[in-house]
Design a protein around this ligand. Structure first.
Ligand code: MG
Length: 222
């Protein structure tokens, strides 16, 4: 099933658009930080680049974007690995801008996004393509051997974390694979600069812009 026809006129036809049976209206209603127009771009890129291998995401949160990726990668029978420590990013912590009591675990005394991820995943048959990895992406990178069709960096927005994600994982891509980065803001007043920083770095290291939708960019090496 080719999805390109569905991407056109996205906003008008979002309701009840199905790609590989994914219900995008239901997906758009999940708690998370992936707006539908950027999520559908993820689906489209995952369909194209999973021809080269599985997808891997850094920063799962509630697995909303993992499900967008799965809708595309599953067309080629490819999995989506999604890595997160599940204790929230800096902005999700107690007292911070995006603190949400629903993801705060009183027993653990910290943010814990595993229950949200599980509640989201179990609503979708496509979750069978999603493989959550409960880990710090830095600590497992050196053990990772599978070549990736698509790498999606959407983790912590501190400069050091974004640089680590890029430096540790971009070399895992297949030569025809794609690097996708979320939350690109050229101006500091619009948003944090770490994703933009690694986007610029990638452009100096052999990547070129394949496509951009709002704040999400897809880069390829080919
Ligand atoms: Mg994001």
């Amino acid at each position: 099933l080719n999805i390109f026809g569905c991407i056109e006129g996205l906003n008008q036809h979002l309701e009840r658009t199905f790609i590989n049976d994914m219900d995008f209206e239901q997906l758009d209603n999940l708690k998370g930080f992936m707006p539908s127009h950027e999520g559908l771009a993820l689906t489209k890129w995952a369909e194209k680049f999973s021809q080269c291998g599985p997808a891997l995401e850094i920063g799962t949160f509630g697995a909303k974007s993992a499900l967008y990726i799965a809708a595309g990668s599953s067309i080629h029978d490819e999995l989506v690995y999604t890595i997160d420590h599940h204790s929230g990013s800096e902005e999700h912590q107690l007292g911070e801008e995006y603190f949400d009591p629903e993801i705060y675990d009183k027993k653990l005394g910290r943010v814990n996004t595993v229950p949200l991820m599980q509640a989201n995943l179990q609503q979708f048959d496509e979750s069978k393509w999603v493989v959550p990895i409960l880990a710090n992406a830095n600590s497992i990178a050196s053990s990772w051997k599978a070549e990736l069709g698509l790498l999606f960096i959407d983790g912590s927005h501190t400069e050091i974390s974004a640089l680590n994600d890029y430096d540790n994982w971009s070399s895992k891509l297949h030569s025809n694979g794609a690097l996708v980065i979320h939350d690109i803001y050229e101006k500091p007043e619009d948003g944090g600069q770490a994703p933009y920083l690694i986007y610029q770095k990638a452009l100096t290291e052999g990547f070129q812009l394949y496509e951009r939708v709002d704040t999400i960019v897809c880069l390829s090496k080919a």
